[in-house]
Design a protein around this ligand. Structure first.
Ligand code: GYE
Length: 322
């Protein structure tokens, strides 16, 4: 009898243990670390909101760090995620170079890595599970093509056209590629020249300051090509303060298609924005789930995007989500 009781006791204990573990496993949240660049632009704020919302909807335990546009802060966050043993790491690299060491550490720890939005200069594609974002070269080309067509429609395609360029963060994927893409188109149009080009670090404040210095030089400026809308919006302010009419005296092209750009276009102060969607949250969440389910994802997934000229702004503005 005693023996039967002992066997039963062992059986019950094991059962309790197994059920307990199962309940714990069901309760255990997926832990995701995300090292964001900062909050430098409206695009970035929308991107952060999209990621936070999608992770909350999925019930993830999201460890989110704002790197305040400093690479060292992002590297520290990535190392902290390794120490915490998160299930998946996501990040958007502020610049392309300088990630080799920390990414090796992530790989050695066996934590899957999702890169979103920006790119690194590391060769090969073994070091990350998947990358999602925009084709920045194509965005630059779209901006260039729109300009060529616009000048043609105004009968100015044979004129000497001076372009000033506000570049994004030095060494970042979108700054390098949006410049490259735009110049790809200019190559076939020698009368279109970039006469001044400087970084505005993707911020509205620097966009304004740098535009002020472009204007101070006193040379003729026909076009402003800004690598994002925030810098274009800052520049519009500078152009107005200089007594000129943005969108008329100077043709203004931005990238992102944020609400502020549509408002400026409706007001006739900006001419075109090339879309770059920050709404990557749902795609990010799907990628996390797929990776943890052991699925293999495509190494690159580009977002599908549009170009919005001033003429369509007032019809489209109400439907914009960021
Ligand atoms: O265009 C800019 C932001 O990396 C695509 O970063 C992103 C860029 C975006 O600050 O507004």
């Amino acid at each position: 009898m005693k023996r039967k009781c002992a066997v039963l006791l062992v059986f019950v204990s094991v059962l309790v243990l197994v059920l307990g573990c199962a309940a714990f496993a069901a309760d255990k949240k997926i832990v995701v670390g995300f090292a964001q660049i900062g909050a430098e632009s409206d695009w970035r704020v929308a991107n952060t909101n999209s990621i936070k919302q999608a992770c909350a909807d999925a019930g993830f335990d999201l460890r989110f760090v704002d790197g305040q546009q400093k690479q060292e802060n992002q590297i520290k966050a990535l190392r902290d995620f390794i120490t915490q043993g998160v299930d998946v790491i996501g990040f958007s690299p502020v610049v392309e170079s300088g990630w080799d060491e920390v990414i090796e550490e992530i790989n050695d720890a066996g934590i899957p890595l999702i890169i979103s939005d920006r790119t690194t200069d590391i060769e090969g594609d073994d070091y990350y599970a998947t990358w999602m974002g925009s084709n920045f070269i194509e965005e630059g080309e779209k901006a260039g093509k729109w300009l060529v067509e616009h000048l043609k429609s105004k009968g100015r395609d044979k004129d000497e056209i001076n372009i000033v360029e506000l570049q994004g963060t030095v060494g970042s994927g979108p700054a390098i590629d949006r410049k490259k893409g735009f110049e790809n188109i200019l190559k076939d149009h020698p009368n279109l020249k970039i006469t001044q080009s400087q970084t505005g670090d993707f911020t509205r404040d620097l966009g304004k300051t740098v535009m002020e210095s472009f204007l101070k030089k006193g040379d003729k400026i026909d076009v402003l090509y800004a690598h994002n809308d925030d810098m274009a919006l800052g520049a519009i302010q500078a152009i107005k303060e200089a007594g000129l009419k943005p969108g008329q005296d100077i043709i203004i092209i931005g990238v992102d298609a944020v609400k502020g750009a549509f408002e400026a276009m409706v007001a006739g102060e900006m001419n075109c924005t090339v879309e770059c969607s920050p709404l990557l949250g749902p795609q990010f969440v799907e990628a996390v789930k797929a990776i943890l389910d052991g699925k293999t994802l495509p190494k690159i997934t580009y977002t599908i995007e549009d170009v919005f000229p001033q003429e369509v702004a007032k019809d489209v503005i109400a439907s914009r989500q960021y």
